[in-house]
Design a protein around this ligand. Sequence first.
Ligand SMILES: CC(=O)N[C@H]1[C@@H](OP(=O)(O)OP(=O)(O)OC[C@H]2O[C@@H](n3ccc(=O)[nH]c3=O)[C@H](O)[C@@H]2O)O[C@H](CO)[C@@H](O)[C@@H]1O[C@H](C)C(=O)N[C@@H](C)C(=O)N[C@H](CCC(=O)O)C(=O)O
Ligand SMILES: Nc1ncnc2c1ncn2[C@@H]1O[C@H](COP(=O)(O)OP(=O)(O)OP(=O)(O)O)[C@@H](O)[C@H]1O
Ligand SMILES: N[C@H](CCC[C@H](N)C(=O)O)C(=O)O
Ligand SMILES: [Mg+2]
Length: 495
Amino acid sequence: MKLGELAASCGYGVSRCGDDTVTGFAIDHRKVAPGTVFGAFQGATVNGEDFIPAAIAAGAIAVVARPEAVVEGADHIADAEPRRAFARLAAPFFAPFPDQIVAVTGTNGKTSTVEMTRQIWRMAGHRSASIGTLGVTTADGSVSTGLTTPDIVTFLSNLSGLAREGVSHVAYEASSHGLAQFRNEGPRVAAGAFTNLSRDHLDYHGTMDAYFAAKMRLFDDVVAEQGSAVVAIGDMSAPDGHWAGQAVEHARRRGLRVLTVGEQASGIGLLAREPGHLGQKLEIAYEGTRLTVMLPLIGAYQAANALVSAGLVLATGGDGARTFDALSRLQPVPGRLERAAITPRGAPVYIDYAHTPDALEAAIAALRPHTSGRLITVFGAGGDRDTGKRAPMGVAAMKGSDLVIVTDDNPRGEDPAVIRAMVLEGASGAREVPDRREAIAIAIAEAREGDIVLVAGKGHEQGQIVGRGEATRVLPFDDVKVARECAGVPMGETQ
Ligand SMILES: CC(=O)N[C@H]1[C@@H](OP(=O)(O)OP(=O)(O)OC[C@H]2O[C@@H](n3ccc(=O)[nH]c3=O)[C@H](O)[C@@H]2O)O[C@H](CO)[C@@H](O)[C@@H]1O[C@H](C)C(=O)N[C@@H](C)C(=O)N[C@H](CCC(=O)O)C(=O)O
Ligand SMILES: Nc1ncnc2c1ncn2[C@@H]1O[C@H](COP(=O)(O)OP(=O)(O)OP(=O)(O)O)[C@@H](O)[C@H]1O
Ligand SMILES: N[C@H](CCC[C@H](N)C(=O)O)C(=O)O
Ligand SMILES: [Mg+2]
């Protein structure tokens, strides 16, 4: 593909390297090879424009950057929003993509929803994949990308690779960082979903309104014209309930077909929910019909996510009866209310990825009906992330648990003692056990029959991130494995 033709197809002119063949796209100058189009973006830590000369020296033929950036020796594709321009240019280079692509945003529930969507499609006979926190997941397993929403080059090349492998249906997680940074523009997105909004990432977005606005780029810009929006409508009187209504307004303003889902929804209505031992019975209303689904997953939050997934499948042409039937065969999502072990005294130990106040509340609420004794919660908060969520996480844990142990999550570049102190501000009366393995061991030793242990915050993660920048180390750590070891479950044995 010639640079001139590619640029012209997106409405840009080039004067210097128009006849050169584009060989690739890069946003990191260290990945530039001869024939590359380099995206020079102002970032949170450095200014990518500083690397323009080095990128050109390495063979970049064009640089996508702000009009005021200095580009000498290559074509300057100037745009006030260079990340968006870069995505538009890169998409035709990486095409073709899978036929059906859907995206999920929201503070909590993205990973669960894309994973369940992938499973439902698969049960309908489609070759499907999901992209998100768990990596790129297909029926053959997951490959990690390191971020929830990978960078635009990784994202587009992953989609292109999936299409080459014959994958026709993809559900991806659109994080607020990803949306704000145009990390997932380009391919046609047939439907988008909004799960919920509650406190997180205010270190990056500043205010809840700005955080919500970043998420709403999904409905405002990313979902294709004539596309669909699936919106989870939970308890509208809850403190965060009004965001769902606003999400519906965004979708309607854009002319998207709106499907609301949940207790107060008219699209897929959740009429009743009855927790059972290892799952729950859902009474659902859809297109005038009442159906019963036996969902093999516990917790109101998993029911909410399952219905959003069903909504996305229906919005992209899925058959109603088949889609709802598939819900009864969903496999658990790794690290989301995953039962890792049963202690020698008979108390189950659950691992969950709750790392926000709202998620902790949801995970605790999910386990409550299954506890005849005490709920023992072990958790911490991540470093170099929104500090304002730490005390509210402490409050949420204390409100719903009988015993709380505050420990370390991923300290990253921060002093873990300072992080724990901030959590403990909202959790007076909690025990403090810095070492995560020791904290899990203490909780498990403490648990009696009828109790439940919840280990929250790291879910599926396989390591503990310590340090920042060049000094970053990832120490092997898996909550599921540690819980099993502490509970004395022999390796390889299931409980
Ligand atoms: C704050 C944030 O979102 N940072 C991400 C972002 O960085 P940035 O654009 O600000 O980049 P920067 O490091 O300042 O560099 C600016 C530009 O210079 C380029 N550069 C930089 C150095 C160099 O030597 N040469 C070079 O060309 C960079 O490639 C970049 O284009 O883009 C980078 C490339 O894609 C990401 O690696 C980086 O993720 C950092 C590591 C991170 O921790 N991100 C987290 C907060 C994140 O994105 N989380 C979300 C949300 C999770 C959730 O769901 O809750 C996620 O989607 O994972
Ligand atoms: N619909 C929901 N409502 C409230 N809490 C939820 C919901 N779905 C998930 N959670 C909580 O959030 C945790 C993370 O879930 P999940 O990984 O699906 O979310 P995510 O949006 O992908 O998170 P991340 O932002 O880290 O990618 C779960 O372990 C659970 O505690
Ligand atoms: N996607 C989330 C994951 C948080 C997981 C938690 N274990 C932590 O490290 O804070 C983030 O990057 O904020
Ligand atoms: Mg996720």
